[in-house]
Structures are given as structure tokens and as C-alpha cells.
Ligand binder design. Structure first.
Ligand code: GLN
Length: 273
């Protein structure tokens, strides 16, 4: 007979990860697991935990095994159709929130929404905003819609290639966490990214293909004075600012994430004089 403590210890996983999986199997909190460490785990528990632990040992991200990940204090459903929301993307949300007054019905667009983490968070925290989200992947949109429902917000979802489904529409703010990893990046071969959809990660030889497309096309969908903000790789801020300037954006700037790495760049479409 195996106790809860033994199950955790024998899993071959870091204790924190083992606990996260066992919490899910038993449906109890971490405090409960600690308080009941000496209790015997049932055969069903043992079996369910063993299969989850094996997936984790094979490298599958915890977020995919559990089917959820927290982002900006909200829990989002995640599947292998989408990128797992990352803490650095909270910077993009913060910069967007600072540009969306609480009482204004601003039109906000999230390009390549994936799980919908950005669009749903903005809609939740700015209920007056009119949030639109697009993704090229239908399975991602199904999940994003479920996440909008989970948080009781209304977001318009479209399936399309960047602005392909938004002919003639304009916005007050466009945000995006596009694919921006170079296809030659060695970090694609290790850790969680191995399990994530390549379409959500890869931005061509220099990683900038999608950013180039977005920066080139966004101007036609931004009203004068409106902003474009997007996330990018640790070494791409100079190239991104150059792209924005070449397209005539004003107030072009990059902002550092919590690790001090320039992570988001953006600019404003000059107001007509
Ligand atoms: N930050 C992610 C990574 O390097 C990539 C996210 C993205 O391409 N949008 O793994």
C-alpha cells in the first residue's frame, strides 16, 4: 500500500510538479495533500497519477497535462493547439490596459489570439472595451471562445490570416503576441516548446516574418492616434522599432519585461493635423 508521500517521492518528478499532478487526481488542495501525506492512496489514484507522471517524465508541459494555466490572475484552458500563456506576455497586457480607459468603448484587436489569454484578460479587466480576436487556427478559436465563456466576457472571434477577416475594420488599439522564434533557434529542441504548435512559435529564418506582415498591414486598420503593440524575441527590439519607423509610426518604443529584456515594441499612428 502506497501513501501519498510515497507516491510523490517515487514519481521521479520535482516535488512541486508531483504535487500539482496529484492535486488534480485527488481533487484536493496542496494543504490537504500535505496534511494527509501518510494516508494510503487508492488504486485508482495511483493509476491516474502514474499515467500523468509518465507524461511529465516524457517532457510534456504541466499545463497541457492539467489542461489549464494561470495568466494575469485568471485561469485559462489550454490544449496542444495553442501556446502556453507565459508570464512575459503579462507585460503586453499591462501596456494595453494603460491605453484602454476603463469607461471608454475602445475597439481592441488581438491578432493570433491562441488560447485567448490576452483578449479575454483585456475584456475582463476593461468591460467597456469592444474586444475582437483572430486566429488562423480553428481549434485555437474553439478554445479561446471557451475561455471567454469561462470568464463571462464577450469577445468577437474571427478565423483568418492576420487582417484577412477584418476587411475595412479599424481599431483604437491592436495587440499581438505573434510567432517570433527563428526556425534555427536551438531552444526549440528542449523544454516545453517541443510540445507547442510550431505555427504559434516560428517566424521564419530571422523570426520576424509575422511581425513584418503585421506592421505592414496594421496601419490600414488603425484610426489616427491609435496604437500597435506586440511582443517579440529578446534580440528583436531594434529590428522591430526600425520596421515601425519605416511604416511611419510615431512614439516608437520598446519596453522591458521583468527580466529586463526588451520584450514589447509599439508605436502610434500619427494623428492627422
Ligand atoms: N516566448 C516564446 C518562446 O521563446 C515564444 C512566443 C512566441 O513566439 N510568441 O518560447
Amino acid at each position: 500500500m502506497t501513501s501519498i508521500a510515497q507516491l510523490l517521492a517515487q514519481s521521479g518528478l520535482p516535488l512541486l510538479e508531483a504535487r500539482m499532478l496529484l492535486e488534480r487526481v485527488i481533487g484536493k488542495t496542496r494543504a490537504w495533500l500535505i496534511a494527509h501525506a501518510d494516508e494510503t492512496a487508492g488504486a485508482d489514484t495511483e493509476q491516474a497519477f502514474a499515467s500523468m507522471a509518465e507524461r511529465r517524465r516524457q517532457g510534456e508541459p504541466i499545463a497541457y497535462i492539467l489542461g489549464v494555466r494561470e495568466f494575469y490572475g485568471l485561469e485559462f484552458g489550454v490544449t496542444r493547439a495553442v501556446l502556453i500563456p507565459r508570464p512575459e506576455t503579462e507585460l503586453l497586457v499591462e501596456l494595453a490596459l494603460a491605453r484602454i480607459p476603463a469607461n471608454a468603448a475602445l475597439r481592441v484587436l488581438d491578432l493570433g489570439t491562441g488560447s485567448g489569454a490576452i483578449a479575454v484578460t483585456l475584456a475582463k479587466l476593461r468591460p467597456q472595451a469592444r474586444v475582437t480576436a483572430v486566429d488562423i487556427d480553428y481549434a485555437a478559436l474553439v478554445l479561446a471562445r471557451a475561455n471567454a465563456k469561462r470568464h463571462g466576457v464577450s469577445v468577437r472571434f474571427f478565423c483568418g490570416d492576420w487582417f484577412g477577416a477584418l476587411l475595412g475594420e479599424t481599431f483604437d488599439l491592436i495587440v499581438s503576441n505573434p510567432p517570433y522564434v527563428s526556425s534555427a533557434d536551438p531552444h526549440l529542441a528542449s523544454g516545453d516548446v517541443r510540445f507547442e504548435p510550431q505555427r504559434a512559435l516560428l517566424g521564419g529564418a530571422d523570426g520576424l516574418d509575422c511581425i513584418r506582415a503585421i506592421v505592414a498591414k496594421a496601419g490600414a486598420h488603425l484610426d489616427p492616434g491609435a496604437c500597435l503593440l506586440f511582443e517579440h524575441g529578446y534580440d528583436q527590439s531594434e529590428a522591430c522599432c526600425a520596421l515601425l519607423e519605416a511604416q511611419g509610426y510615431a512614439e516608437v518604443q520598446s519596453w522591458p519585461d521583468l527580466a529586463g529584456i526588451p520584450r514589447v515594441s509599439g508605436g502610434r499612428i500619427a494623428a492627422m493635423t
